[in-house]
Design a protein around this ligand. Structure first.
Ligand code: MEV
Length: 299
């Protein structure tokens, strides 16, 4: 995943993700299921640029690099330019900040000759994630480092394992058209839950029950049941106040266009939704795109 290049450049990559089930509740002790995307972020540290400016890191990639040096316990590299490439839409709930953090850790590790395990990379990247949003559960960084379809529990202890689906999930990602702010969404819900624990705790438990039932449906290849669970999870996220009118409309349109189920994915408050196709995901993505929602299949 990371490689020192002969030119003096070192690079690393991280994958984007969709949360299939369990976002937000995962911050409050429930499990989640996450799927790594084929889209992601690649970071290259291009060295030996004499005129590269010093001073305080300002851009997100520069701040991520400075923090990566801190968490890896190595000196912040001097005279390098951080080049970021990728095909992942930013700030729409698809894990772009975690993918950037993982890619940065891997690039810096390659730069200084370290080879951390994927679990260590995820742990370091989660520390960097705190720069972008206060209290990450670690699910995004785990997905960005490992990819694949995973069960995740924040713990402690943090635990994750692959989920075996008999066939790839025919999921489509659809963008609601507005960006979101993960930190604000997570902290807003945390404050609401603190103020009324008796109302929110049962909802988080109900989401946890859906995640467990969703895993059973995935492993059994029961797509109609999984679709039902996705839509129900959306209803509970909406009840928690993290949906938007656009995301609700997008879910309705996806169901009208024949999806077996749909929900917002990630922190909500804007961003993206996922929909489970009953057939070819490319066809559902096309129908949603024709209805005005930019969409693409997960694979
Ligand atoms: C964001 O992709 C998922 C959230 O559950 C936050 C987190 O787990 O860190 C909303």
């Amino acid at each position: 995943m990371s490689s020192p290049a002969a030119s003096g450049a070192a690079s690393g990559s991280g994958t984007g993700k969709v949360i299939v089930l369990g976002e937000h509740a995962v911050v409050h002790g429930e499990p989640a299921i996450v799927l790594g995307l084929s889209r992601g972020v690649r970071v290259t540290l291009v060295s030996a640029v004499p005129e590269s400016p010093g001073g305080q890191p300002e851009s997100a990639p520069e701040r991520a690099l400075a923090k990566a040096a801190q968490v890896l316990g190595v000196p912040a590299p001097k005279g390098v330019v951080v080049r970021v490439e990728g095909d992942l839409p930013v700030a729409v709930g698809l894990g772009s900040s975690a993918a950037l953090s993982v890619a940065t850790v891997r690039a810096l590790a390659a730069h200084v000759g370290l080879s951390p395990s994927d679990d260590d990379v995820a742990g370091f990247a989660n520390e960097i994630e705190r720069l972008f949003h206060g209290t990450p559960s670690g699910v995004d960084a785990t997905a960005a480092a490992h990819g694949g379809l995973r069960w995740f529990e924040a713990g402690p202890p943090r635990r994750h394992e692959p989920v075996a689906a008999p066939a790839p999930l025919p999921l489509v990602v659809a963008l609601s058209g507005s960006r979101h702010d993960t930190g604000r969404s997570v902290l807003g819900l945390r404050d609401r839950a603190r103020a009324a624990r008796e109302i929110y705790a049962p909802v988080f438990s109900a989401i946890g029950a859906l995640v467990r039932a969703g895993r059973t449906a995935i492993e059994a290849g029961d797509a109609p049941r999984l679709g039902e669970i996705l839509t129900m999870n959306h209803g509970l996220l909406r009840a928690c106040g993290v949906s938007t009118p656009e995301l609700d409309r997008l879910v309705d349109v996806a169901l009208r266009e024949g999806a077996l189920g749909a929900k917002l994915t990630g922190a909500g408050g804007g961003g993206a939704a996922i929909a489970l196709a009953s057939g070819e995901p490319g066809e559902l993505a096309e129908r949603l795109s024709r209805s005005g929602w930019e969409s693409f299949p997960v694979a």
